[in-house]
Design a protein around this ligand. Structure first.
Ligand SMILES: NC(=O)c1ccc[n+]([C@@H]2O[C@H](COP(=O)([O-])OP(=O)(O)OC[C@H]3O[C@@H](n4cnc5c(N)ncnc54)[C@H](O)[C@@H]3O)[C@@H](O)[C@H]2O)c1
Length: 278
């Protein structure tokens, strides 16, 4: 059976199967927020598929642990940066090229979240959400785009189901995630002609550091976000990593501008009416 990330490419735009470089090299990904949760699982999923990863995080221990878990240190290079730092996008792309010689996939995963309504959000908090969840994603995409090869270049952005549907007390977070959906669609339109696909995933409740504190401790969170999930378990980082890998790989060779919910069916339930009673 052929390896979808290392097959040679003769005509990458029209070849629906191959995903490797011209000489059959493995694909190279840049994953932000790779020191925990979904970013770590995505890094491990890519490595498992034979790809190489430049794993970036502001947390040095987290990203070192991701590299250790990958098993083969030659397949993961790490970079400790805050995605909002002025020089972070250029440093990350340069590091991917320096370590692995190319760049095929960008996963804009680093993000922050908290429970806030608009009237409880300070200017500083608003700016921080925009800087991390949206502005950095735009700046990393802009830096990576010129390096992504036609036919195999792909960007996957982390949106959220809260960016698709109204929900209590997540105003600044949801606003940035809705903007991520909009930017994903616009970039798919702008860079499709260059053979580059841009998609987003919209996770529901995934058990990570971002949600752990609220899953057990907050009954309203439980009633709104967990009880209505049709599938009988919470989401795992690996569930989202599989969807991200699919969207990067040539299995999704004609999928662009799409927002893929990974939520166990939460977004097709009438969650808001149930939660409104609380
Ligand atoms: N967990 C969920 O239920 C859920 C749901 C919807 C969307 N998401 C999105 O998925 C993405 C990953 O979330 P997660 O649940 O894995 O969170 P997480 O907190 O487990 O991991 C986020 C990682 O990003 C890093 N990070 C945060 N800010 C950074 C910065 N400024 N610079 C560099 N690194 C930074 C953190 O150090 C951490 O390693 C986020 O964009 C989040 O909004 C998560």
């Amino acid at each position: 059976m052929s390896d979808p990330v290392s097959d040679p490419v003769s005509d990458p735009v029209s070849d629906p199967v191959s995903a490797g470089g011209p000489a059959g090299e493995p694909c190279v990904a840049l994953v932000t927020g790779a020191g925990s949760g979904i970013g770590r699982a995505t890094t491990l999923r890519f490595v498992c598929a034979g790809a190489r990863v430049l794993a970036l995080d502001r947390d040095p221990e987290g990203v070192a642990e991701t590299r250790r878990l990958a098993g083969d240190p030659g397949r993961v290079a790490t970079l400790v940066e805050d995605v909002t730092a002025e020089g972070a996008p250029a440093a990350a792309v340069a590091a991917a090229l320096r370590h692995f010689g190319r760049l095929d996939w960008l996963v804009n995963n680093a993000g922050i979240g908290n429970a806030k309504a608009a009237d409880q959000t300070s200017d500083a908090e608003w700016d921080r959400y925009v800087d991390v969840n949206l502005r950095a994603l735009f700046r990393f995409s802009r830096e990576a785009l010129p390096h992504l090869a036609p036919g195999r270049g792909a960007i996957v952005n982390l949106a959220s189901v809260f960016g698709l549907f109204g929900h209590p007390r997540v105003a600044p977070y949801a606003a940035t995630k809705a903007a991520v959906v909009g930017l994903t669609r616009q970039m798919a339109a702008d860079y499709g002609p260059a053979g580059i696909r841009v998609n987003a995933v919209a996770p529901g409740v995934i058990e990570t550091a971002l949600t752990r504190g609220r899953i057990d401790a907050d009954p309203r969170f439980q009633a709104l976000n967990i009880d209505p999930i049709p599938f009988p378990r919470l989401g795992r980082p690996e569930d989202v990593a599989n969807a991200i890998y699919f969207l990067c790989s040539q299995e999704a060779s004609y999928v662009s501008g799409h927002v893929l919910a990974v939520d166990g069916g939460w977004s097709v339930t009438n969650y808001s009416r149930r939660g409104a009673a609380l």
